[in-house]
Design a protein around this ligand. Structure first.
Ligand SMILES: Cc1cc2nc3c(=O)[nH]c(=O)nc-3n(C[C@H](O)[C@H](O)[C@H](O)COP(=O)(O)OP(=O)(O)OC[C@H]3O[C@@H](n4cnc5c(N)ncnc54)[C@H](O)[C@@H]3O)c2cc1C
Length: 426
């Protein structure tokens, strides 16, 4: 008999899970609060679009102390809004406990394996559907201003070499020759060759629009209010904001930062903090204008990502970044939006001649151990969760969805999920 599944949220994780469940013959309903073609609140539409495999998690040795120091500066790259909140304090303490070299080594082994497999899975979907999202597998540049930081960037690249990553150091003269977008005071760059970049909103819209062809019922502008439980506490469906109920054999929570609030109503906790980031989107004039960067990049000293995107309405540039840990829905911090532009101007020629066509803010779902939560919930039959991808969701979301569909179908997942169990926080 065909099994039925409800997937809550159609960001990269939900869209991928729905894709792979449908491919396995499940009758899937996707419930999404926003409109599908809008970037909306989904982090998956508004992120920087760097599919940066080999990215370190937030939990690195020293990160907790740095975070504490930065708590008092609203313009620090990582800013924690100070507040008396038991959940924040518990999260910070657990985060601190995981900022060890041992945990980083174990995490990197899992994340790096996920990275290569995720891009392969994503490329297969893009090709099968024919999604025009300016996907380019040409790596990304870690661009550096200060010569001493070039050595640090090189050391970081060297540390992911054992996991199979290729990189190259690019000296100043070569960088300026190959890419006219940079100001003359850059010191050089590290080219991390295995990664990719894309226009993420076009990618997500492309996957979600293809789902009905696999028999998936996509319900946009529809909000899930609560999970429905039946005998023995088994999750049997969802309650919608409209008052309607949907029933299914299983429910998959892929609602990004909102997953915890929904799980909590069913007595399950995925403690996460929302790390808000912003983006500015620029359109290039048809003639003149500053040189367009040739590839995706992170501006090392500014902690800002810059991604060129070829869209249906012409070439655009997205500048994204800043990590601001605070409550969902708090007012925007304009100083932090300005940091993106200032950060970009330090590296890129004539950026200040362009006017942003749009601004956006969204939330990275961050667990306290820096790893995603992917799997079934032992205490609640019928409930599966995939969230907590923090700064790496666009990169790793596809393989999480694939692995979750395999687990649901009773197969051994294609990645090692032993550190990713959603129950690990119980
Ligand atoms: C500024 C910024 C830059 C980033 N850059 C990168 C990058 O370059 N590379 C990278 O890999 N990652 C990046 N990330 C992180 C990445 O965007 C996220 O990790 C990832 O998109 C999370 O995907 P998700 O599917 O879990 O959640 P989301 O994309 O947030 O999707 C969750 C969906 O659930 C829906 N939803 C929520 N509640 C309900 C409900 N009750 N009912 C129905 N629907 C609901 C929401 O509307 C949303 O569409 C960045 C994030 C930010 C903020």
């Amino acid at each position: 008999m065909t099994r039925t599944a409800i997937v809550v949220g159609s960001g990269i994780v939900g869209a991928s899970t729905a894709w792979y469940l449908a491919k396995r013959g499940y009758q899937v309903t996707v419930v999404e609060r926003d409109a599908i073609h809008a970037i909306g609140q989904s982090a998956s539409g508004g992120n920087a679009g760097l599919l940066s495999i080999g990215h370190f998690p937030l939990t690195r040795p020293g990160a907790s102390w740095r975070g504490l120091r930065w708590m008092f500066s609203q313009t620090a790259p990582l800013y924690i809004r100070p507040r008396v909140d038991a959940e924040l304090i518990a999260w910070m303490w657990n985060f601190h406990l995981h900022c060890t070299q041992r945990h980083l080594d174990r995490s990197m082994a899992v994340l790096c394996d996920m990275g290569f497999k995720s891009l392969a899975a994503l490329e297969a979907i893009i090709e099968e559907v024919g999604i025009a999202c300016d996907y380019q597998r040409d790596g990304w540049l870690d661009v550096v201003l200060k010569p001493e930081n070039l050595a640090i960037a090189e050391q970081e690249a060297r540390s992911i070499e054992p996991y199979g990553y290729k990189w190259e150091r690019i000296e100043k003269e070569q960088l300026l020759r190959q890419d006219a977008c940079f100001r003359g005071d850059v010191a050089g760059a590290i080219h991390l060759k295995d990664s990719a970049h894309c226009a993420p909103h076009d990618l997500i819209a492309g996957i979600v629009r293809a789902l009905p062809k696999l028999g998936v019922d996509v319900r946009e502008r529809t909000e899930v209010r609560a999970l429905k439980t039946g005998r023995g506490g088994r999750v049997t469906g969802v309650h919608l904001a409209t008052g309607e109920e949907l029933h299914a054999d299983l429910v998959v929570l892929t609602a990004g930062i909102w997953s915890d609030a929904l799980a909590k109503l069913a007595g399950v906790r995925i403690p996460m903090q929302a790390a808000r980031g912003y983006h500015l989107q620029f359109a290039y004039p048809s003639e003149g204008g500053p040189p367009i960067p040739s590839t995706g990049m992170v501006l090392h000293e500014s902690f800002v990502a810059v991604t060129p995107m070829q869209t249906a309405s012409g070439p655009q540039l997205r500048i994204a970044g800043t990590l601001e840990i605070g409550p969902v829905g708090a007012p925007w911090m304009r100083d932090r939006v300005a940091m993106l532009l200032n950060g970009g101007n330090r590296f890129l020629k004539d950026l200040d001649t362009l006017k942003p066509m749009s601004e956006w803010a969204g939330y990275r779902p961050c667990t306290s151990d820096g790893l995603p939560a992917v799997g079934g919930v032992k205490a609640r039959d019928g409930l599966y969760i995939a969230t907590g991808h923090a700064m790496m969701g666009m990169t790793l979301g596809t393989i999480s969805g694939k692995a979750l569909a395999e687990m649901i179908d009773g197969e051994k997942p294609c990645i090692d999920c032993s550190m990713l169990a959603p129950d690990r926080f119980a």
